[in-house]
Ligand binder design. Structure first.
Ligand SMILES: NC(=O)C1=CN([C@@H]2O[C@H](COP(=O)(O)OP(=O)(O)OC[C@H]3O[C@@H](n4cnc5c(N)ncnc54)[C@H](OP(=O)(O)O)[C@@H]3O)[C@@H](O)[C@H]2O)C=CC1
Ligand SMILES: Nc1nc(=O)c2c([nH]1)NC[C@@H]1CN(c3ccc(C(=O)N[C@@H](CCC(=O)O)C(=O)O)cc3)C=[N+]21
Length: 288
């Protein structure tokens, strides 16, 4: 059997086009242009590419993009001062501080300083709490994009057995919350899980957010399962180049799964599209 490929790139392009029409409508009705501020501290080349892509797609959707690139040695106080200015700026509806931050800066302190109404990453404790208790906060972009792909693929998710490998605050935990909200039976696996392969084999929906290239093997996958590969890993390729691979051994998995997201072209583009969706939501709420 060969799995169906879940085309996140195409889905994300459609979603961005829809966001573009909604942005135009909001502008016409209220005169408000949604604005997204992205803050990058340091010079990680992968992050720089990601920030650049976000800027391009933000403008393509008709929104304003504000990019703040700070030196790697920026102090926590200076970053907090910038966040305070962005909180107070009425042209800014969404704020994203690219993670990870350099070690002199306390990540939790910075996330806590962002106005929860502008927290388009959904990482502020207020939004984490709203997600956990069923409120209408801002939902983390990567898990939100994964749920959209799953619902598009499977329709109603209720009663399905979902296994999330990874328990980070930015992917694994909010992913599990969203699957629970869809009435899946959810298991969160991590580095201390006993017999991870057996846990994975029980999953109708398998979400991999581990950060280890091709870690999840084909024979860990239940035949016909839907596999969502969140991993973005740069590995050496022929000719001294590099290439991106996911957390799932794709060539093996594609023979077993019912449907699977590729890397690149799967979850990654959905993350950016959902960031724009959250910025639109934040701008609409600011209008009332
Ligand atoms: N496509 C996208 O838009 C995005 C992609 N990513 C990618 O997703 C991946 C995960 O990111 P993130 O959640 O931030 O990563 P983290 O490093 O924060 O978390 C990784 C998780 O994987 C678990 N893990 C590590 N090794 C093992 C193992 N041997 N067996 C079982 N579990 C293990 C860890 O367990 P423990 O807690 O026990 O240590 C941890 O919970 C990365 O490749 C990242 O680049 C991230 C964000 C967005
Ligand atoms: N505050 C914060 N929020 C984040 O959402 C956040 C972050 N920090 N830090 C880093 C991770 C990583 N991440 C990605 C988003 C899109 C792609 C993406 O578009 N990937 C393309 C490929 C891009 C390429 O070719 O390099 C794809 O998978 O097709 C990848 C990775 C968001 N993150």
């Amino acid at each position: 059997m060969t799995a169906k490929l879940i085309d996140g790139k195409a889905f994300a392009a459609e979603l961005r086009a829809w966001i573009g029409t909604e942005v135009a409508e909001l502008k016409a009705e209220s005169g408000v242009t949604p604005g997204l501020a992205v803050v990058l501290v340091g010079e990680d080349p992968a992050s720089a590419v990601y920030v650049k892509n976000k800027g391009i797609q933000t403008r393509e959707a008709g929104m304003a993009s504000f990019e703040h690139k700070l030196a790697p040695e920026t102090s926590e106080a200076d970053l907090l001062a910038l966040v305070a200015r962005l909180n107070a700026d009425p042209a800014v509806h969404g704020i994203l501080v690219q993670l990870p931050l350099p070690q002199q800066i306390d990540e939790q302190k910075v996330l806590a300083a962002i106005d929860p109404r502008k927290d388009v990453d959904g990482f502020h404790v207020v939004n984490v709490g709203l997600l956990a208790t069923g409120g209408a906060g801002l939902v983390p972009c990567t898990p939100l994009g994964c749920i959209m792909l799953l619902k598009d693929q499977l329709g109603d998710l209720s009663g399905l057995k979902a296994v999330v490998v990874g328990r980070s605050n930015i992917v694994g935990k909010p992913m599990a919350q969203l699957l629970l909200k869809e009435s899946c039976t959810v298991t969160i696996a991590h580095s201390r899980t006993r017999d991870l392969a057996a846990e994975c084999r029980s999953a109708d929906i398998l979400v991999a957010a581990v950060g280890r290239p091709e870690f999840i093997r084909g024979d860990w996958i239940k035949p016909g399962a839907t596999v969502i590969d969140v991993g973005i890993n740069r590995v050496p390729a022929d000719g001294g180049k590099t290439r991106l691979v996911g957390d799932v051994a794709f060539a093996e998995a594609v023979e077993v799964a019912g449907a699977i997201t590729p890397v690149p072209g799967g979850v990654g583009p959905m993350t950016i599209a959902c960031l724009l969706a959250n910025t639109l939501t934040a701008a609409r709420r600011s209008v009332g």
